[in-house]
Design a protein around this ligand. Structure first.
Ligand SMILES: [Zn+2]
Length: 476
């Protein structure tokens, strides 16, 4: 196996992005492929299928020896595109590399800037604007481009499976079924490349080394079978809102935001603590810079390392919805029969989500003030993920990519969100190496108006992935 011609690699990646990917990815932006959770009629609408078909056609036309594409559609599950690329001749390394991305999108939301829109691709100032450009439409293109570049530059890669799903923004409920269905097809996965993440700037490559888990639960406190005149009933009937406040006080310190559920806390590993310090030192200010604080609102801590640990390695509680509270225009002087709050916890990567939920349930349902009725609903919980240690070959390759491609050493992110597939794969293939990265930066506006993909960063990440695939093939 020859060594990679570095300038051919760069040239190929840049050429592919300019001439082939950008036009096709722009067309993909125009497809309103909203994730199933936000579009219950996704099957009738057919947008997920259209997105898959569009990307499949582009990939099938690429010049990669032996490449095959296949669409899987299990009944009742959103479709999945699988691309199988055999190893380059001479590669004896056995394992499969899985390259992961998703083609479903967040909802469009309102208030995009003048001239921009969710389904209107616009290229401006080195970015492609539109929903799903950065999260995560580019991933499949980048994965295939990396493989093509390896070929063009005389490098090697092992057997690769590019797996593009369409239920990620709904929490990937369909993936376990597909993983079970694919079974042996995956082979022995030795490397996972996830292109659904990013980092704190565009000056370097960012590795996600952990993801948080989550617990969601709807809390209903019921005190009456029907509402009563508040002038008559208040002072006699306890307020469901006040009881809910008391219950919340059991699980969160309202002065500091600290979650009081012991089972949700973990000891932060020393290597992750060191990484967080390095990441904050590399790009100070980045965690709060782009936050649209209202008025004089400040962050929860002045120390940015503490903020990074809060969002990556500590449990947090957000109230994401409510029921039983009418909008102001409809609110009469009524002592309301019930209050419902949707509690959304994020958990440290290594916390046990099932145990954490049981602890919350116990705290919310035991010794309820005034003997009020408590009902729990919409229960969901999922564990987080903590990356295995980097193998020396992968660390060396990333160091090299940092120098040659980005001009800065790589840094890490303890991501506050979740990518359920990583935990699934880690469990199934405990010896696999993980490269969780991507082109998303602090201003990519995923999930909000004006989403955009930084095209230069996307090309650089593509090049780094190509180097990793080549290095992986030369192991063992
Ligand atoms: Zn995503």
């Amino acid at each position: 196996m020859g060594s990679v011609d570095r300038s051919a690699l760069t040239r190929t990646v840049r050429g592919l992005w300019d001439d082939d990917i950008l036009p096709s990815l722009s067309e993909l932006v125009a497809v309103p492929a909203i994730s199933p959770a936000f579009d219950p009629q996704w099957a009738e609408h057919g947008h997920l299928a259209a997105a898959i078909e569009h990307v499949q056609a582009w990939i099938a036309a690429r010049d990669l020896p032996g490449l095959t594409t296949e669409v899987f559609e299990l009944p009742g599950h959103a479709p999945l595109l699988l691309v199988d690329v055999p190893a380059t001749p001479g590669v004896t390394a056995e394992g499969t590399t899985v390259l992961y991305g998703h083609l479903d999108k967040q909802p469009p939301v309102a208030d995009w800037s003048e001239g921009l829109g969710p389904w209107t691709p616009v290229v401006k100032d080195g970015r492609l604007y539109g929903r799903g450009a950065a999260d995560d439409g580019y991933a499949g293109y980048a994965a295939i481009a990396a493989l093509e570049a390896v070929h063009a530059a005389g490098g090697a890669h092992g057997r690769c499976l590019v797996l593009l799903e369409t239920s990620e923004e709904s929490g990937s409920p369909d993936l376990p079924a597909y993983l079970a269905h694919l079974g042996d097809r995956l082979g022995d996965v030795s490397l996972v490349v996830c292109l659904d993440s990013g980092g704190n700037d565009y000056g370097r490559m960012w590795l996600t080394t952990s993801l948080r888990g989550l617990v969601q639960v709807g809390l209903t406190v019921r005190v009456l079978d029907g509402g009563l005149h508040s002038g008559m009933a208040s002072g006699i009937v306890p307020s469901s809102f006040r009881i809910a406040r008391q219950l919340l006080d059991r699980i969160e310190d309202s002065a500091t935001g600290e979650v009081l559920v012991r089972e949700m806390h973990v000891d932060i590993p020393a290597n992750r603590l060191a990484e967080v310090r390095e990441a904050v030192a590399a790009v100070p200010g980045t965690l709060t810079e782009t936050v649209p604080f209202a008025g004089g609102t400040t962050a929860m801590d002045k120390d940015e390392v503490e903020l990074a640990l809060n969002s990556g390695w500590r449990p947090t509680l957000s109230i994401t919805g409510a029921e039983g509270l009418p909008p102001l225009d409809d609110a009469g002087n009524v002592l309301r029969p019930f209050t419902t709050l949707l509690l959304s916890f994020r958990l440290p990567p290594t916390a046990d989500a099932a145990v954490a939920f049981e602890a919350v349930k116990e705290l919310l349902t035991t010794d309820v003030p005034y003997g009020a009725t408590v009902e729990l609903s919409r229960v969901e919980h999922a564990g987080g993920w903590n990356a295995p240690d980097l193998a020396p070959w992968l660390r060396e390759t990333l160091d090299e990519a940092g120098k040659d491609v980005f001009g800065n050493p790589w840094r890490t992110v303890a991501l506050g969100g979740s990518i359920p597939f990583m935990g699934l794969l880690h469990e199934a293939y405990p010896n696999a190496q993980f490269l969780v990265t991507g082109a998303v930066g602090p201003d990519s506006n995923c999930h909000v108006p004006d989403e955009s993909l930084n095209l230069d960063q996307a090309a650089k990440v593509t090049e780094a992935v190509a180097l990793v695939l080549d290095a992986h093939a030369k192991q063992g």
